[in-house]
Design a protein around this ligand. Structure first.
Ligand SMILES: [Zn+2]
Ligand SMILES: [Zn+2]
Length: 262
């Protein structure tokens, strides 16, 4: 197993060795984060949008919600522009933090050695649980009637989501709900940059898939988050564990239960 892993990661190891010996760790970290953020979200989101545009008959057959609920091309264009601005904001914030703390410091562990398979697996499970818990409570707080209209309403513009709408959110929500629950737990325990980026890439792909609106997306099923957009007060988390714990995984959980009178 170890030999197979070494053989599979050999090209990456050589590339990493050249980068590590040629550039400062913080610059490598900055470039890797920005590249992963861009590639792991824009590539799958563009593929899902491509299916919408190039194969409309197939798309209509496999969209979870009806054709009349699907966003117009005008809304899609506006969404993509807004997503670009949110991502640019993420880059600007990174630059400002690095300018403030110094470009010699890194948020993640950057070492010459690549993380082992067991380290990647441990970081992944840790980050998945931390993200599930933190995102659930932040998301649910954004649904509080007193603050909903100021921040989270924007994300719910799309009753029938499409891949890019995963990052169609108020900038405050983008940073506190989309970015921090994914990045912060790994940064706080100084996980290796590369194992952290495996998780970040997975989450970005998953966000695009979750919002794709397609019934064939099964890991996790896009139906879970699609139903949140359709019915609003259900399925706040992404994996579903926190919804199961808090019994918010069924439509109508917040309505008073009917009491049978004999
Ligand atoms: Zn919501
Ligand atoms: Zn959503």
């Amino acid at each position: 197993m170890a030999t197979l892993w070494t053989r599979l990661t050999d090209p990456l190891d050589q590339l990493w060795s050249v980068a590590y010996s040629s550039y400062p760790a913080s610059l490598i970290e900055f470039v890797v984060i920005v590249s992963v953020q861009f590639l792991a979200f824009w590539v799958p989101a563009t593929i899902y949008l491509g299916i919408d545009l190039l194969f409309p008959a197939f798309s209509n057959r496999h969209k979870i919600q009806s054709e009349r609920r699907q966003p117009s091309w005008e809304q899609i264009r506006h969404c993509i522009k807004h997503v670009g601005l949110n991502e640019a904001l993420g880059v600007v914030i990174q630059v400002l933090i690095r300018n403030a703390v110094g470009w010699d410091k890194t948020a993640f562990l950057v070492t010459r050695a690549l993380p082992s398979l067991s380290t990647i697996a441990f970081d992944f499970v840790f980050a998945l649980i931390a993200r599930e818990m933190s995102f659930y409570y932040i998301h649910r707080a954004f649904h509080h009637p007193r603050i909903y209209k100021y921040v989270h309403k924007k994300h719910h513009t799309f009753t029938a989501p499409m891949a890019f709408s995963a990052q169609y959110a108020h900038p405050i929500e983008h940073i506190t709900a989309n970015v921090m629950p994914i990045v912060l737990p790994l940064a706080l325990r100084r996980a290796h940059l590369l194992s952290s980026m495996v998780f970040v890439a997975f989450e970005l792909w998953e966000a695009a898939a979750d919002h794709s609106g397609y019934d064939f997306v099964k890991l996790p099923p896009a139906q879970i988050h699609d139903l949140h957009h359709e019915k609003f007060n259900v399925n706040y988390s992404t994996v579903g564990i926190m919804d199961w714990i808090h019994a918010t995984d069924t439509v109508g959980w917040d309505k008073p239960k009917k009491v049978s009178v004999d």
